[in-house]
Each structure stands twice: as structure tokens, then as C-alpha cells.
Design a binder for this molecule. Sequence first.
Ligand SMILES: *Cc1c(COP(=O)(O)O)cnc(C)c1O
Length: 351
Amino acid sequence: MSRFWSPRIKDLTPYVPGEQPKLRDLVKLNTNEHPLGPSPRVLEAIRAEAGDSLRLYPDPNGDALKSKLADYHGVSPKQVFLGNGSDEVLAHIFFGLFQHGKPILFPDITYSFYPVYCGIYNIEARAIPVAGDFSIRPEDYRGDCGGIIFPNPNAPSGKALALSEVERIVGSNPDVVVVIDEAYVDFGAETAIGLVDRYPNLLVTQTLSKSRSLAGLRVGFAVGHADLIEALERVKNSFNSYPLDRLALVGAVAAYEDEAYFRQATEYVVRERQRVTDGLEQLGFEVVPSAANFVLARHPDHAGADIAAALRERSIIVRHFNKPRIENHLRITIGSETQNDALLGALPDIV
Ligand SMILES: *Cc1c(COP(=O)(O)O)cnc(C)c1O
């Protein structure tokens, strides 16, 4: 801390991302990255763009990508907002679309960036407990609030909420913006994008970081009513006119032009998720049924922190949250076949 810090900064508790170790040959199952690389068409597009054009600023509006996403999801380009990863999109939503002065509702077990955004914008956060099986209960999300946000599937539980239940939450809160963070939707949940034309208070965010294998490119987006998107454009154009660089824009467009690769890569993860789940259960773990590219699991006889530490000694990194209700759980990203074999091979010694 220094005397030059603003009072606001002194009180912030920043988000702590999963570690990105510099060591090689680690079995890295801690940040929900895709085990397979991006589509070859993405790499080709990025290579083609990496030339003289980098002299020039990128399109500040990302029109080509907006059109591509609009076509893909059956909406108009005016209903699409782009950001430097969906984290940036979420930050703009907290600033521009939630009513400050009233609490923002989200589940107690959820993405730990939400309370951080509340902190930086000085908004009250209200954590709503999920049920014992980690499910979100729609009836708990009503009443006076400044906005609602939750991931579907939720993280780090991996639990999906049926679209009809999502709709119940959106429909029973017509006076605030309800945000569905669909970072993991492609691995097993139903998207709410099809509802945006019926609910002007619904905003859906997605990312290319997980199911499109592009965490390193930093592209996320939101889909909703054009009026909500306009608010986000106002925030973005008061902050950074060029959040997506040229390589990100062309790479992201190419990702949506290779549907076959996307399907195949998603199926690979879903298949491996079943194998990891079965393997963990055979070792006595309780595994929360997952619709995402990770599983949340606990062993009845061993502390989560101990298992994580023992795995780390064997160069396998998983995520442990020192947080009430899940302090004995581990969040394990679904890796490649080889990585998952390494995990399942190391665990019998530990448990
Ligand atoms: C990974 C993740 C994000 C953000 O991903 P970006 O890489 O910033 O697009 C948002 N929400 C949840 C729940 C996530 O797990």
C-alpha cells in the first residue's frame, strides 16, 4: 500500500485467477481451458492477419464478428456486444446495467469474480444459498434488487439449470436486468439466447475461452435487447475503443466457420468428462453431475486441500477453493485423455 493509492483501491479485494505455472510438463487441470487446440482455420486466419495490417487500428465496432455471431445465434448485429474476454463484458454490465444502490443477487457458490465487480463499483452483493445438491432455486430470486446474475451451467458446481427455470427467473424480475453467464453452455446446457426477443431484461454472455479453445485470444460477447447492448457500447466507448485486436477479431470469426471442429472437440470433452466421473466415483469420490468442462468432487475421507497438495507433488494441478460449503471439494478441469489418465492414475495412492 502507498499514500498514492486512492481510498477506493485500498479497500478492493481483487479476483485471484487460477495459477498459470511457468513450469512445463505439468498436468494443468485448474483453469478450465480446453485440452485440444483451436480449429486449424482459426490459426490460419490469425497467421494471414499477422502482417502489415497490424500497423492499423482494428475495427472499433468489430462489425464482421458481430454479424457472424448474429447469424450464428439468429439475432440482429445490434443485439451483440463484444469484449476482451467475457470478464470485460461482465465488468461493463455491472457498471452500466445493474442498478447501483440495491443489492445484486447471485448464488453463494458461483463465479468468484461477481463479488469483485460489486467491490470495484461499490455495489452491494447478496449471495443466495444454492440447495444442498448445488442447484439454483428460481423461487429464491425475486424481490427488490438491482440485478441478477448466475452462470448456466453454474461454476464451480457444473450444475445446469433447465431453460424453463431460467425463464422463470427472467420472467419474474421484469424490472431488473437478469444476466445468464453461459461460459460453459456448449458442454451440456441449453442457451437462453432464444429468449432475448421476448424478454427485454435478459442478457446472455458467452466466451470463446472454453468451448472454442481460445482462452489466449480473449474474446467474449453478450446478446440481448438492442437497448441493453447500446448501454454496454456507451460504457465501452468511454473506456477503451479497441478492446479486440485484429488477430482476435479474425480468429473469432474463423472459429464460427468451423462448426465440424467445434462439435468434435466438444464431444471429446463430454466423453472424457464421463470417463473422469466414473473413475473418480470408483475411487470413492462424490462427483456433482456436470454439464461443463470440469467436475466438482469430494472424497468423504480426505480434505480437499490435502488431495490438491498431494496431486501437486505429482505435478498435477487442480483448483481448490478455500470457501465455506466447498472447502473439501476440488474443481477438476477435464483434460486430454493422457492428462485424465495421469489424474486417475495418481489418485489411488492418495486416497
Ligand atoms: C471462464 C469464465 C468466464 C470468463 O471467461 P473469459 O475468458 O474472460 O471470457 C466468465 N464466467 C465464468 C463463469 C467463467 O468460468
